[in-house]
Write a protein that binds this ligand. Structure first.
Ligand code: FES
Length: 107
């Protein structure tokens, strides 16, 4: 099962084994990872599942849809080139070892 690392703003890390086909957001919610709110439950209507993907690993992630790009305008924390909505990061075998950084704030 691919392993996904969530890095908190204090530098602490949580590592989860995430089934292929589960989103980075869903795995965080199911495992009570602080820092992901996901108010809309993955409908791409809230931007409270914002994460920063480790830049070197961006090629492992699926391309951004126009809807995701638009919703990233509404993140509470600064939008950066490596910003993604974690509900749109559906885990594939290639994403094993992915590291995502949690933002300062989601709301
Ligand atoms: Fe709402 Fe991702 S959970 S946009």
């Amino acid at each position: 099962m691919p392993s996904i690392t969530y890095v908190h703003t204090d530098g602490s890390r949580e590592v989860l084994d995430v089934p292929v086909g589960t989103s980075v957001m869903r795995a965080a919610i199911l495992n009570s990872v602080d820092g992901i709110v996901a108010e809309c439950g993955g409908e791409m209507m809230c931007a409270t599942c914002h994460v920063y993907v480790e830049e070197a690993q961006l090629p492992l992630t699926p391309p951004q849809s126009d809807d995701e790009k638009a919703m990233l305008e509404f993140t509470a924390s600064e939008r950066k080139p490596n910003s993604r909505l974690s509900c749109q990061l559906v885990v594939t075998p290639e994403m094993d070892g992915l590291v995502v950084y949690l933002p300062e704030s989601q709301v």
